[in-house]
Design a protein around this ligand. Structure first.
Ligand code: ADQ
Length: 464
């Protein structure tokens, strides 16, 4: 059973649903199972049971929510509190008890609606920060089977985590899972440090953790992409009409590409300033490089996101106003989504991939950019040291996204990098991207969650 806020319904075509949705759907089809989530609809006094739809071996169960609960859960606690907290943005954090209560109520509604569909032998895999209390709610209703949780965003270090008034409740909820998966070893260290210092828990070998009477495992499962599909798309894109049009529009100039949801964690203003700084301090690149930032609007109803959008529009206008020539626009800024094949064509054409978030759980765009490169003439990945992907992609040029001038220097280095070094760096990255795929990630998590090996006893039990 998979639980996630958004469910990629059978109608959503593979090219539109992201790599994660496709991989989860495949894992379910292979084993047969149920995908449970929000229907995307709200209604006062919603039905207690989900709407069921079957497609092959997968059943989709979609729960409608009360409008005020949905707001408090999604825009309130999940995205107004947990998202900024986990991305180290304490200035953007807002906390209201009523939102926290709404968040818990939605988790209770989900548990009550899911429970009648569960058999004791079922394995439940819960995705992301919208549902941290779900296992605790299912346990209250008597479910004793395996429940796993994967946290797609960073886990903050204890000093940051303490800013959350409900931090103890959240970690107590987490202890009701059998397996907690995080993106990186850094995230695991952050959570374990909190557990031993604040939650008075014990840490055993292999990430086994005990809090009061609960024993569970915490481990890193860095998420990957469907590398083969990206390589195939990128190869097909090499001579596609999209690529021809893009190349014609570039007129021989180098392309630097960024693809990010329009979110403050992605560091877009700093990336724009770094590009501007490059044009200012390295005039030899003027008229020779074009930057394209693709940033589909996300959470557009939230004020913080609207302000970011205005800031970027102003900044893009200022850069183009200052540097554009009658035949060259330095920065192309696009707010719309594209099919995967078009993204693959853009990635492959780009000499630079600019992935510079202020903080990111993993960042799949970094991996997609690597997979889409021409193996004979690959581009260079410029990657924030604060993206989870920086642990694996050791061939990238790492940057500190707070250091605008430092980033401009790295853009210059990447634009002038000789083929031999580009090849060496790309091979190191591609090795990781093609071995740790989304399918391997899914299989490893599910096999660890289903493992029958008993967890070791805690120190008190051993002493007794
Ligand atoms: P996101 O914050 O959404 O994911 P990311 O990992 O980069 O960030 O994934 C974005 C996905 O959306 C990529 O597959 C990308 O191709 C796609 N996308 C972005 N812009 C697009 C556009 N204009 N058109 C089409 N597709 C577009 C969260 C966490 C990340 C973590 C993932 C997975 O914040 O840190 O890597 O979950 O765990």
């Amino acid at each position: 059973m998979i639980v996630s806020n958004r469910v990629a319904s059978p109608k959503e075509r593979a090219a539109k649903a992201g790599g994660l949705a496709v991989a989860l759907r495949e894992a379910l089809s292979r084993r047969g199972g149920l995908w449970f989530g929000w229907s995307g609809e709200t209604e006062v006094n919603p039905p207690q049971a989900p709407k069921l739809m079957k497609s092959g071996r997968v059943t989709y169960a979609l729960q409608t929510l009360d409008p005020e609960d949905q707001r408090a859960h999604y825009a309130g606690y999940a995205n107004g509190t947990l998202w900024p907290l986990c991305h180290y943005r304490l200035g953007a954090l807002s906390f209201r008890r009523s939102d926290f209560e709404g968040y818990r109520r939605v988790n209770q509604t989900f548990a009550r609606s899911l429970m009648p569909l569960l058999k004791p032998s079922d394995i439940v895999w819960v995705h992301d920060y919208h549902f941290i209390p779900l296992a605790a709610e299912l346990r209250k209703l008597g479910f004793g089977g395996r429940i796993g949780y994967f946290h797609h965003i960073p886990w903050p270090t204890p000093e940051v985590f303490y800013s959350l008034p409900s931090h103890a409740a959240l970690v107590s909820d987490l202890s009701q899972y059998d397996l907690v998966g995080l993106q990186t070893a850094h995230d695991v260290r952050a959570l374990l440090t909190y557990i031993s210092a604040e939650a008075k828990g014990w840490i055993g070998p292999g990430g086994v953790v005990g809090i009061r009477e609960r024993r569970f495992r915490v481990s890193a499962y860095p998420i990957g992409i469907d590398a083969k599909a990206f390589v195939t798309d990128a190869e097909a894109a090499a001579n596609s009409e999209d690529t021809q049009r893009l190349l014609a529009s570039l007129a021989g100039r180098a392309l630097a590409v960024g693809v990010d949801r329009l979110d403050y964690s992605k560091g877009l203003p700093n990336k724009f300033h770094a590009f501007e700084n490059l044009l200012e301090r390295y005039p030899q690149h003027r008229s020779h490089v074009t930057m394209m930032q693709i940033a589909p609007v996300s959470r557009g109803e939230v004020a913080e996101y609207q302000a970011l959008r205005r800031e970027l529009e102003e900044s893009a206008g200022a850069i183009n106003g200052r540097y554009a020539e009658f035949d060259w626009v330095p920065l192309r800024y696009l707010n719309k989504p594209f099919p995967r094949a078009t993204l693959a064509a853009i990635y492959r054409t780009a000499r630079l991939g600019l992935v510079t978030p202020l903080r990111d759980g993993m960042n799949l765009v970094a991996k997609e950019y690597v997979a889409a490169q021409d193996p004979e003439d690959p581009g260079v990945l410029v990657l924030s040291r604060f993206a989870g992907a920086a642990d694996e992609l050791t061939g990238a040029l790492l940057v500190n996204p707070y250091d605008v001038e430092g980033m401009a220097e790295t853009f210059d280095l990447a634009l002038t990098m000789p083929l031999e070094e580009r090849l060496e760096r790309w091979r190191a990255n591609m090795d990781k991207v093609s071995s740790n795929t989304i399918h391997a990630w899914c299989d490893t998590f599910l096999s660890d969650l289903s493992s029958e090996t008993p967890l070791p006893e805690g120190p008190e039990r051993r002493a007794a």
